[in-house]
Design a protein around this ligand. Structure first.
Ligand SMILES: Cc1ncc(COP(=O)(O)O)c(C=O)c1O
Length: 410
């Protein structure tokens, strides 16, 4: 990181000061951690699981045992076998291995077409697009105004040239829960040899699914999205599916992702999955309550505000994404930050390069609507007082940003 950026951050934090209350609503980008998951990780670092799981001595065997036990917990939650899990360090890496590793293993096939939904995470879209120079064609599957994949359009895009389809279960920005079963049926009915990848990073712990029942071939997950530690993630690779590594190295228990596994983070990941699944109903009904309090409260109190994505049971429990017309999203994140409310704007993952979110554009939002959007994720760790504080402050913050915004009404 450049020293100027570091100095800027130090100055900004000093200038910012400490707000009266702080509500962190940006677990889209980096999550909070469950205390149980933190403890499991720290225990590994200090006593049991800090060694290299491939080495043949007691400390290595202990790490290997932690890895095996973590895989049992995670695979049980996903509905797959523990040897179908490959560990990596982020959801981004999992999506890249799924797309690039599969294409690489089938580089000599006559099938050259990869279908991705137009609202996929950029780690799927950009990985697929990077294959164009090797003769692959990437085609985007359209979605409707709420973000649902158009099944007829999907069916008509499939042909004998199609190698792979990638559609996420839950969209990270607008929270739409796809009819993945329907999508798998359309794809496999047309041609059972087409491989289906799902980015399930935002679905784990929030949507009930079983990978074997769903019938997907590849699925990505990330620890920080289930309130586990950063630095752990996994890719489900269906038994018998051929993938090529995209990284090379030496010591590892796994062929597809070489190098030292982050055993403490994986152990924390497994603990977070366990906590999330053991409290599935309680956590999700709590988050859904907070989500709807925010959506209804904001739409009722702020003029010219629009919800992005569907409502109710077709929307994931934690996601709130609202466009404020005549308001600049980046300015709103700063104004809210001064009030101790931490959210992201536009597309969370592209907010450092001021481009409107490709997801919001795909669902038909105009440029200024996409630009004035903010994304909030509620968690089971929030309280109703946190949500009330946010509801008191959003109308004030939007009002202030609108008063200085170049986007004016009328
Ligand atoms: C749906 C989805 N896929 C992939 C990722 C990337 O995961 P990571 O942050 O672990 O790289 C994210 C992260 O926000 C996500 O929401």
């Amino acid at each position: 990181m450049g020293s100027e950026i570091k100095r800027d951050a130090e100055d900004l934090i000093k200038l910012h000061g400490i707000p009266p209350r702080e509500v962190y609503l940006d677990s889209e980008n980096s999550g909070l951690i469950f205390p149980e998951a933190l403890k499991a990780m720290v225990d590994c670092y200090v006593s049991y699981g800090y060694g290299h799981p491939s080495i043949t001595h007691k400390v290595g065997w202990e790490s290997y045992e932690v890895l095996v036990k973590s895989s049992e917990v995670i695979s049980r939650a996903l509905g797959c076998n523990s040897d179908e899990i490959v560990y990596l360090h982020s959801g981004t890496e999992a999506n890249n291995l799924a797309v690039l590793g599969f294409a690489k293993a089938h580089g000599d096939s006559s099938r050259r077409k990869i279908l991705v939904s137009s609202i996929e995470h950029l780690s799927v879209i950009h990985a697929a697009e990077s294959l164009a120079k090797y003769g692959f064609e990437v085609v985007k599957i359209p979605v409707d105004g709420e973000g649902f994949v158009d099944l007829d359009a999907l069916s008509s895009l499939i042909d004998s040239n199609t190698l792979m389809v990638s559609v996420g279960i839950v969209n990270h920005e607008i929270g739409v829960i796809q009819d993945l079963r329907g999508i798998v049926e359309v794809v496999k009915d047309r041609d059972e040899n087409i491989v289906l990848h799902t980015d399930a990073v935002d679905a784990l712990g929030r949507v009930k699914f079983n990978l074997k029942d769903l019938g997907v071939d590849l699925a990505s997950f990330s620890s920080h999205k289930v309130f586990g530690p950063k630095g752990a993630a996994c890719l489900y690779v269906r038994d018998g599916l051929n993938l090529e590594p995209i990284l090379y190295g030496q010591l590892s228990t796994q062929r597809l992702w070489p190098g030292l596994e982050n055993v403490p983070a994986i152990c924390g990941f497994a603990k977070a999955v366990e906590v999330m699944m053991n409290n599935f109903s309680e956590f999700n009904s709590k988050m859904m309550g907070f989500r709807d309090m925010l959506i209804d409260g904001i739409l009722n109190s702020v003029d010219h505000s629009i919800l992005n994505g569907p409502r109710g049971g077709r929307r994931v429990s934690d996601n709130v994404n609202i466009s404020f017309i005549y308001c600049e999203g980046e300015a709103l994140t700063v104004e809210l930050s001064l009030r101790g409310i931490y959210v992201s704007s536009g597309s969370a993952c592209t907010s450092r390069i001021l481009q409107p979110s490709h997801v919001l554009i795909a669902i038909g939002r105009r440029f200024e609507e996409a630009h004035g959007s903010i994304l909030m994720k509620v968690t089971p760790m929030h309280s109703s007082d946190d949500i009330k504080y946010v509801l008191e402050n959003i109308p004030k913050a939007v009002g202030r940003v609108r008063s200085i915004s170049p986007f004016k009404s009328g």
